[in-house]
Ligand binder design. Structure first.
Ligand SMILES: [Zn+2]
Length: 459
């Protein structure tokens, strides 16, 4: 690990933060957008938080009567929303942001990303890159991310240190890497990591075969068995490019979705990442099988993969969530940007300004992503009993004044720079845009060290 030691004060602050999280707190914002029930915006109301959970959402007068002794946080210019959930990313790739741009997917992967990964990716790289990603995501209102990368045990440690919620992919890929030698080794190491961290309430695990073109029938069949036996989500890139589909037809005489269906991977546990190129019968198959889709509009545009048929998928009732993809193909881990782009693109692609209204775009970044991960009973909306994963967005900026409709502003006018406060499990992690428990200077100096190392090796 390329590390400079974090400042000592951060350890004390972390302990105090945990104590604070157990205290009763009442947050009184200008507006609350709970996401569930759909379309509701509350004013003159507040959220009572205790022991990391949302205890009540009540009118301010009632809160004063019931929670007289609680700590009060007044945010009259702010909108409270549930923490955003990033349904697809490769967090550690922050260390490769801007390394190679403006290239087709396979050129980008084969000539730039995979060689750097072969040379540099280690547990230290993944820890440092993931911690940097966690800092970026927290500052953008993201409280949970679904990851796919090598060394998930290092990503797990970074997520725990950042106090962010994460679902870690047990990656499987046919070719060897610094992490594992063959698919069996990948799965074995992934399952060992899951065993090591299974008592951590902030972490979950998925089976993450990289893509149909990098996983054999044997590997995919084994993953289908594990998914059923262990009741785990399957997280896989699927139908991202036309080249992927043509390659599958050539090699396997069927399209990737048909192949996954034959091998037993389609079902409510499947998170199909991208799902850009779909025939109408494939959309119906995904619906019939109860699969979820992780829509990543920026990555699809940047790699010229195509336009996902989001309005058609939503029309038949497929659960579609939202992801950023990795920082090397986006290049922002910014769900505000994704939800705005998703809402705009869906309209352009469907030829209808009514496609993907603002509230639906927000639900993709919250409750629908939670559902894809099987976490919708715990997170994804502001509801009594759920974890207090809460984000405050300041709507008093010049760019968001006046405000006729907070949902409209959230989708079309506000950005991640307007996120001021973030709580996860009731613990305040971002306060007035300042990360309370992560040392920004330390993160930046570590990232610069990796930059020097990777650049030196390239030349
Ligand atoms: Zn990806």
């Amino acid at each position: 690990m390329l590390k400079t030691p974090p400042r000592a004060g951060f350890f004390l602050a972390r302990t105090l933060g945990m104590l604070e999280a157990n205290m009763e707190t009442v947050i009184e914002p200008g507006w609350i957008l709970p996401v569930e029930p759909e379309g509701v915006v509350l004013t003159q109301s507040g959220v009572a938080v205790k022991d990391g959970r949302i205890e009540a959402i009540l009118p301010v007068a009632q809160l004063a009567a019931s929670y007289g002794d609680a700590k009060r946080i007044q945010l009259p210019n702010h909108l409270l929303i549930p923490g955003l959930i990033n349904l697809h990313t490769h967090a550690a790739m922050t260390l490769m942001r801007g390394l190679a741009d403006d290239l087709e997917l396979m050129t980008w992967l084969k000539e730039h990303i995979w060689p750097v990964e072969m040379a540099h990716v280690s547990a230290g790289f993944v820890y440092d890159g993931t911690l940097l990603a966690c800092a970026e995501m927290l500052r953008g209102g993201i409280t949970c991310f679904n990851d796919m990368y090598f060394f998930p045990e290092a990503a797990a440690r970074a997520a725990l240190d950042a106090k962010i919620r994460a679902v870690l992919g047990m990656i499987a890929i046919e070719f060897p890497s610094a992490y594992a030698g063959d698919p069996e080794d990948y799965l074995h190491r992934g399952l060992a990591t899951r065993d090591e961290f299974r008592s951590e309430p902030m972490l979950g695990f998925s089976l993450a075969p990289h893509a149909p073109y990098t996983a054999s029938d044997k590997t995919l069949s084994r993953i289908a068995i594990y998914a059923e036996k262990l009741d785990l989500p399957i997280h896989i890139h699927l139908h991202e490019t036309l080249a992927e589909i043509e390659g599958s037809v050539e090699q396997h005489h069927m399209r990737p979705i048909a192949r996954l269906h034959r091998l037993g991977l389609l079902g409510p546990n499947l998170i199909a990442v991208h799902a850009v190129h779909l025939k109408p019968e494939e959309i119906l198959l995904l619906k019939e099988q109860g699969c979820s889709v992780a829509h990543c509009p920026t990555s699809n545009l940047k790699l010229a993969s195509g336009f996902a048929p989001v309005a058609e998928m939503l029309a038949v009732g497929i659960n579609v969530g939202l992801g950023t993809d990795g920082a090397a193909s986006n290049n922002r881990l910014d769900l505000f940007a994704e939800l705005r782009l998703a809402a705009l693109l869906a309209k352009g692609v469907a030829g209808s300004a009514q496609a993907l209204p603002a509230h639906d775009a927000l639900s993709m970044a919250t409750i629908r992503s939670a559902k894809a991960l099987g976490l919708d009973a715990q997170i994804g909306s502001l509801k009594p009993g759920k974890a207090a994963d809460i984000v405050a967005v300041d709507l008093s900026a010049l760019e968001t004044t006046p405000c006729y409709d907070v949902v409209s502003h959230l989708a079309y006018a506000a950005g991640r720079e307007h996120v001021t406060h973030v709580w996860i499990n009731g613990e305040l992690l971002l306060e007035e845009r300042r990360l309370r428990f992560l040392d920004g200077e330390h993160l930046a100096s570590t990232a610069r060290l990796w930059h020097e190392k990777i650049s030196a090796a390239k030349h």
